[in-house]
Design a protein. Structure first.
Length: 631
């Protein structure tokens, strides 16, 4: 157990210092990346687009000047990291690889494939970019998110009233308060899901839904939100990532709930877009009038005659009218919505200023820094957290801050202090029993069970659901010494093991031949190829593209990092562990929560490729290897 500071205030002040360290580390890493890393590397990492073509610029419904950006070039298999809300900077390449940045930052408003819409400051600087040659765009350091987190911590540290009460409660062993009423029965939920929803409804202060892989956490959460809305007019639903917010919003919309999504979705389709604030705002009957007034304001500015009271009077009148309309549209949109959905940082949006909510739901709470959770908690009087602290943790760049405890999430803290507010969902509906059993034993005290309908699911009769192909047993005949060894690609870009990548696809090909081409296509048997290392992922993607055999199946195969498979599942999963060295060094494979995510993505078949002699020096991998060996 880490030693807890005596008071919540001290603990939060300590956390503020750690966040300061993380801020400095990330800023420094960003500076280095910007100044020292070659452009090609940035493009390869998905942090830059170059070259780009600029499309049209216009004012969007939120009255921001935006410009379309199109990614050019050959790099379409590179997954990029641009998404709504992230700050970006334009640059131009002046001479051989010398980059000159334009001195303003912009924000991503919308991304769809190779097209992005970017909000730029409205002061004539866009003209410089439009007139430049060899232009690119890259992610910029996210100052805003840190500002919001520091601000939230400061407010919580100084808080009185309800916020102060929740702070002291979360940091102590004091019992959380509950309402008492007899349990409600939900015919389409299992027993632990039903308990979880009842616990949420009874909580006055806090409840936690702990959902191991495949246990229907989202289903349970949607039900809890739906039931809460019978008692409250409106709730706030947040998550760490845009993707998680989209996922839960979509499920709520399917239940017929009126959701207002602040921010743009990551998957751009009409269904998702239809509940965004921006689309609803544009669709409002008063919008055309507002647009006309805004246009008049812009024209007045452009043709401004020097001085003159008339100009100011006219301007003030127009602005007043515009504000009035905006307030009216917003009041209506927020008045009709039953769920306001946004990211944790997005909850600081000016649109939510002064809004208070009876209940706040935070999904994927185990992936969020505690400071980020306090941003929306300020607006709520009770908090429901859902997630799994045995899956992906928050990403932290500063090793020192991580060691000193910045990685401990609010969810973990409350699970430690108040086990009575937690419900563990115990019935999983995804995996064959033998795939699930190892994870259940190691991470969940053997409490998770398989639903009867998935217990024996498999693709082939008498198939063994898990296998480990030990690469240390292989030496290809003409190989030079040490073929199956990891290599290092560029500083901080990661490791790659080319022979293991080849072997991974050979294993998949062999398995596909056993199933038969027709059946794979008819039944749409899907495959995930996972590697913890980004360089390996990109190499595997290239191989899948090149190999003729996989051509008919490409639409069924996705290759990604563990984080990229968060919350997803596939019939067949292959994991390439990459690490192979004589010292038994396994780097961040020591973070077992990542491995828990990787192995639990598989419904029916899991194939692990890794050098057993390197990996089994670690107790977890040793146990996993022995477990698979005994099947």
């Amino acid at each position: 157990m880490e030693k807890q500071p005596t008071s919540p205030i001290l603990a939060l002040q300590q956390q503020r210092l750690l966040l300061q360290m993380e801020y400095a580390a990330e800023k420094e890493a960003f500076r280095k990346q910007t100044e020292e890393m070659g452009l090609q590397r940035k493009v390869k990492r998905g942090d830059a687009w170059y070259p780009i073509k600029l499309g049209k610029s216009y004012y969007n419904s939120l009255n921001q000047l935006v410009v379309e950006v199109f990614r050019q070039g050959e790099d379409d298999e590179i997954e990029h990291n641009f998404e709504f809300g992230r700050p970006v900077a334009f640059f131009s390449v002046v001479e051989k690889d010398k980059i000159k940045y334009f001195n303003f930052t912009s924000t991503v408003s919308y991304v769809d494939g190779d097209r992005m819409v970017v909000a730029v400051p409205d002061n004539g600087q866009l003209v410089d970019v439009q007139g430049a040659e060899n232009v690119g765009i890259q992610l910029f350091f996210d100052e805003t998110s840190y500002k919001m987190m520091f601000d939230a911590l400061d407010r919580v540290i100084g808080a009185k009233g309800r916020l102060g009460y929740l702070r002291d409660l979360f940091y102590s062993r004091q019992e959380a308060e509950t309402f008492s009423f007899s349990p409600i029965h939900f015919p389409y939920l299992n027993r632990t899901q039903e308990d979880a929803v009842n616990k949420v409804l009874r909580a006055k202060d806090i409840a936690i839904v702990h959902g191991p892989p495949g246990t229907g956490k989202t289903t349970t959460l949607v039900e809890a939100i739906y039931e809460t809305l019978r008692r409250e007019n409106q709730v706030l639903v947040c998550a760490q990532s845009n993707m998680a917010v989209d996922w839960i919003s979509e499920k709520l919309v399917d239940r017929g709930v009126n959701v207002l999504r602040i921010g743009n979705p990551t998957r751009v389709n009409d269904k998702m877009l239809s509940f965004t604030y921006e689309r609803r705002f544009e669709a409002h009957p008063d919008y055309e009038m507002l647009w006309a007034i805004r246009k008049a304001i812009r024209e007045l500015r452009a043709n401004r005659k020097r001085g003159g009271d008339k100009y100011h009077q006219k301007m003030d009148r127009l602005k007043e009218r515009a504000t009035e309309l905006e307030v009216r549209i917003n009041a209506q949109l927020f008045g009709e919505a039953r769920v306001i959905a946004c990211t944790l940082v997005g909850s600081a949006n000016r649109l939510l200023e002064g809004q208070k909510f009876g209940t706040l739901f935070i999904d994927e709470a185990a992936q969020a820094l505690e400071a980020a959770c306090w941003i929306p908690i300020r607006r709520a009087s009770r908090v429901i957290l859902a997630g799994d602290h045995c899956q992906l943790p928050p990403t932290i760049k500063s090793y020192a801050a991580l060691k000193a405890g910045l990685g401990k999430t609010l969810m973990e803290r409350i699970v430690d202090n108040k086990p009575e507010v937690v419900t563990l969902l115990k019935m999983q509906y995804r995996m064959n029993e033998e795939i699930m059993r190892f994870s259940s034993d190691w991470f969940y005290h053997n409490q998770v069970e398989s639903a009867p309908e998935v217990k024996f699911r498999s693709i082939l009769d008498l198939d063994i659901p898990m296998s480990w192909i030990d690469t240390s047993q292989f030496e290809l005949p003409e190989s030079e010494e040490g073929l199956f060894k990891e290599q290092f690609v560029g500083e901080s870009f990661g490791r790659i093991n080319k022979a293991e990548a080849e072997l991974t696809l050979m294993a998949l090909e062999t398995y596909f031949n056993k199933i038969g081409k027709e059946r794979i296509l008819d039944e749409r048997i899907d495959v995930g190829v996972i590697s913890p290392y980004r360089a390996q992922v990109q190499y595997l993607r290239r191989l899948v593209k090149q190999k003729e055999f996989f051509k008919p199946f490409r639409h069924l195969i996705s290759v990604n990092t563990v984080d990229g498979f968060q919350g997803q599942e596939r019939d067949i999963i292959l994991i390439s562990l990459v690490r192979a060295n004589d010292e038994g060094q396994i780097g961040f494979l020591r973070d077992l929560r990542r491995m828990n995510v990787a192995i639990t993505r598989a419904r029916m078949k899991l194939i692990i490729l890794g050098d057993a002699s390197t990996l089994t020096k670690h107790p977890f991998y040793k146990k996993l290897y022995e477990y698979i060996d005994a099947l």
